[in-house]
Design a binder for this molecule. Structure first.
Ligand code: NAP
Length: 346
């Protein structure tokens, strides 16, 4: 069984505002559901993983969901991961004690505008978006008085999408960052934190702008690099193939796939992530990503120079430092899994 870390969850400025759980509650059935009715707006990878984790721990009296297309709603019905699947958005959120927006960031403003008038007084509205300032900007203006707004971001995911891709264990041992605006009802924040802990997450409180800068470097920039590398390599392959053909060689097209185990394939996994979700992340966290990209370019130029001038010691020192960082990530239980061998095809 994993332990809750000793460190207390801290907001970006000032003292811890929520109490750490004495023991992790996930994997056990809750004595009392955290919420009566939970509505999941969007039932893709994250929404369906929540539905499964809530069902497993019996963390809600009723789980309602809505999805934009009839196809995804049919999949949710088939999978039986929610108590009710609604064709109309307002029907899903009506009477809910907790509503969680699990759709792409660009859909939030429209959804909030539609559901705002239907939200119950005293309900909590949260989300799972990967950028937080934009969520506050898009959602807060549509919420009526008496609704507690506690944005959230589970730092957990895969490159897959849709309700079939979800699984109950997705959040286990992963951080969930809550970014409540100043003055948010403390009990509402505590209750949501407890709910996420019961799904296996560890909780951190942050200011939205701080969240966006931290995630720009730890998540958004690595995705941008993966998208770029995969595109550059495939363009290069086209170029090399044409060049070889012009010289009269017969070359085997498809070397990218053939030799991809040499490091490239880890990038291809990340670069397979959902195009709409990542388009929204970059458009909604523009400034922080551009800032981190600037810093990264400077470091890359320094590395380029070290290679050009044959500065082996500099390269080795950097690579030793980064290897230590990887070891720290493994020790912190945040490394995930990596298999060097292939799964056998069924
Ligand atoms: P997903 O698997 O693609 O599911 C998206 C859900 O949103 C589906 O129910 C989809 O409905 C609905 N949707 C799509 N476009 C919509 C629109 N224009 N209006 C209303 N609903 C729409 O996505 P996901 O990976 O769960 O991501 C959902 C949210 O979680 C995103 O905000 C993302 O930033 C955040 N997040 C993702 C990850 C990750 O690794 N994937 C990790 C942490 C946080 P239909 O299928 O019916 O179109």
């Amino acid at each position: 069984m994993r332990r809750e870390p000793k460190r207390r969850a801290k907001p970006a400025s000032g003292k811890s505002k929520i109490t750490p759980a004495a023991k992790p509650a996930y994997g056990r059935v809750a004595a009392k559901p955290a919420y009566g009715r939970v509505a999941l707006v969007g039932i893709g990878l994250i929404g369906s993983s929540m539905a499964r984790a809530i069902g497993r721990g019996r963390l809600a009296g009723h789980v309602a969901c809505w999805s934009r297309t009839a196809e995804t709603r049919a999949a949710a019905r088939r999978l039986q991961i929610c108590d009710s699947v609604h064709d109309r958005l307002v029907d899903a959120v009506k009477g809910a004690d907790l509503v969680v927006l699990c759709a792409p960031l660009s859909a939030n403003a429209g959804i909030a505008k539609t559901i705002g008038p239907a939200l119950k007084s005293g309900a909590t509205l949260s989300d799972v978006g990967s950028v937080k300032e934009a969520v506050v900007r898009d959602v807060a203006p549509h919420l009526p008085e008496g609704v507690h707004f506690v944005p959230g971001h589970p730092v957990a995911g895969t490159e897959h999408s849709g309700p079939e891709a979800g699984f109950a264990e997705l959040f286990e041992g992963r951080w969930c960052i809550l970014t409540p605006p100043k003055g948010t009802n403390r009990a509402a924040v505590e209750r949501l934190a407890k709910f996420w802990r019961a799904m296996g997450s560890k909780i951190e409180l942050m200011d939205p702008a701080h969240h966006d800068r931290v995630l720009a470097i730890t998540s958004h920039l690595p995705h941008l690099l993966a998208y770029t590398i995969v595109a550059t390599v495939t363009d290069l392959e086209d170029h090399l193939t044409r060049e070889a053909r012009d010289k009269g060689y017969v070359i085997d097209r498809g070397e990218v796939v053939k030799f991809s185990a040499g490091g490239f394939r880890d990038f291809t996994r990340i670069a397979a992530s959902d195009p709409v979700m990542w388009r929204d992340v970059f458009l909604n966290n523009r400034e922080a990503v551009l800032e981190m990209l600037g810093r990264f370019s400077e470091d890359l130029t320094a590395l380029q120079r070290a290679i050009r001038w044959g500065e082996g010691e500099k390269l080795e020192a950097l690579f030793r430092r980064t290897r230590e960082i990887r070891r720290g990530i493994i020790e912190a239980g945040q490394a995930g899994t990596f298999k060097a061998t292939e799964e056998k095809k069924k």
